[in-house]
Design a protein around this ligand. Structure first.
Ligand SMILES: Cc1ncc(COP(=O)(O)O)c(C=O)c1O
Length: 442
């Protein structure tokens, strides 16, 4: 019975679970891995094999699995208040979290609106932007702009501002049209151009569009510094400064989607801090709850909040989710923020990042690698002439080397939790090189 446990779980899962972002038939050849438990940076299967979670379980897990401090906070919260609706009621975890987040923006983004997943946060930001313009007498501003290759989630509204053919094409007929502008991806640099030159070129494309139809545009949505799901496309912070100025000039809202890049992932708590700008709406999710519970939120400026403040119900923001502001999720987020403070995480990460970058030098200089890049706790590189099915083969080979990694096309990336030991960092680099060589050799 024990011996069959792993394969039993696989069979039962394939009989009853529909897995996300998956062509289920591929599991006839690609193994499904039933996880029995997690500890620190590691996930363990039922056969006792382990996998270093080098992508933080889809970029959510910041401080490891079964983190004792987050566990303790949640156990305490569980015995106090597991949930209460947030309409007409409020509670300590949601108040404290909103206050702390506001303080992290120097109180520029003074109000937070809550949901459970990233796509819902994007929907909220889009609706809020449109509705605030309407409440201010600009009902014509109802178009949205996104970047080429952008990814903002897969619900119908979020998909409309996503530009990834694989996710979007099948549902195209259901979606509202949006405007797409050039990505500032530094890899697009022409001979002699710097990343800043690419940023300037991309901003000119925004300026052209805003000049043409700024009076119709409600907002532009950008994933600041790194367009993650596109393949970790990195850009210079100058781009955000230029777009912020254009938004001010043309009366267009700036929505920054920090769902993946927030919470210290790019080296500062919010990615936009590196550009010295604040958006009108900032979306957070994934790491904010330490990777424990579904939680997302949209932070906004008090002027925007005031545009909804009225004795007229229909001028209010008419949006809700049953689990809005769930106390357990908010408490996990508070424990996460406490770890940032107590462990001086952003500075500690600089040291870890330096070590991993050094350890990855054989890959950075590898003859089959181009565009090795890093920002904060994100590393990526592109395989030159990657073999067919590179991503799936890399995933499968990585599991044989105790690694959980899922390349995006021919882009291999790492987004590990912030708790790796020196030994784990060195092992991650050495194993990634071994997996890469094996997959490239076919
Ligand atoms: C930048 C960005 N926005 C939005 C989302 C959607 O978040 P969720 O998957 O929680 O709906 C993601 C998810 O990967 C993301 O990376």
């Amino acid at each position: 019975m024990e011996l069959n446990k792993q394969s039993d779980w696989v069979a039962r899962s394939l009989r009853s679970v529909w897995h996300p972002c998956t062509q289920m038939q591929h599991h006839e050849t690609v193994p499904l891995i039933p996880v029995s438990r997690g500890k620190g940076a590691w996930l363990y299967d039922h056969d006792g094999r382990r996998y270093l979670d080098a992508i933080s379980s889809w970029w959510v897990n910041l401080f490891g699995h079964a983190n004792p401090r987050i566990n303790a906070a949640l156990k305490d919260q569980l015995d106090t208040l597991e949930h209460a609706m947030l309409a007409g009621f409020t509670h300590e975890p949601v108040i404290e979290l909103s206050e702390k987040l506001s303080a992290l923006t120097g109180h520029v983004l003074g109000h937070s609106f809550y949901a459970s997943d990233g796509a819902s946060a994007v929907e909220i930001a889009l609706k809020m932007s449109f509705h605030s313009w309407r409440n201010n007498g600009h009902a014509d501003k109802r178009e949205f702009v996104c970047l080429k290759g952008s990814y903002h989630g897969e619900t119908i509204g979020a998909l409309a501002v996503t530009d990834v053919a694989l996710f979007k094409d099948a549902y195209g007929p259901l979606l509202r049209a949006s405007q797409t502008v050039m990505s500032p991806d530094a890899r697009a640099a022409r001979e002699g151009e710097t990343a800043q030159d690419v940023a300037r070129r991309a901003a000119v494309d925004v300026e052209r569009l805003f000049t043409e139809r700024g009076d119709k545009i409600a907002a532009i949505i950008i994933e600041p510094l790194v367009q993650c799901a596109t393949g970790m496309a990195m850009h210079d912070p100058l781009y955000l400064q230029l777009v912020r100025a254009l938004c001010d000039q043309h009366n267009v809202h700036l929505i920054l989607d920090e769902i993946a890049v927030g919470c210290g992932r790019t080296g500062t708590f919010f990615a936009c801090e590196q550009a010295g700008v604040w958006p009108d709406f900032l979306c957070l999710s994934k790491g904010i709850s330490g990777g424990y519970l579904p939680l997302s939120l949209v932070m906004t400026r008090d002027e925007i909040y005031q545009a909804f403040y009225s004795d007229d119900v229909t001028r209010g923001f008419l949006h809700s989710h049953s689990y809005t502001g769930n106390p357990l999720a908010c408490r996990a987020a508070l424990a996460t923020l406490q770890i940032f403070e107590e462990d001086d995480v952003l500075n500690a990460n600089r040291v870890k990042a330096e070590r991993l970058t050094q350890a990855l030098q054989p890959l950075a200089r590898h003859e089959q690698v181009r565009h090795f890049r890093q920002r904060g706790m994100i590393w990526a590189f592109d395989a030159i002439d990657a073999p067919k099915d590179f991503s799936r083969r890399f995933f499968a080979t990585a599991t044989e080397h105790e690694l959980l990694m899922r390349p995006i096309g021919a882009t291999v990336y790492m987004m590990p939790p912030y708790i790796l030991s020196d030994e784990e960092i060195d092992g991650l680099a050495a194993n990634t090189l071994a997996v890469f060589n094996q997959v490239m050799a076919g």
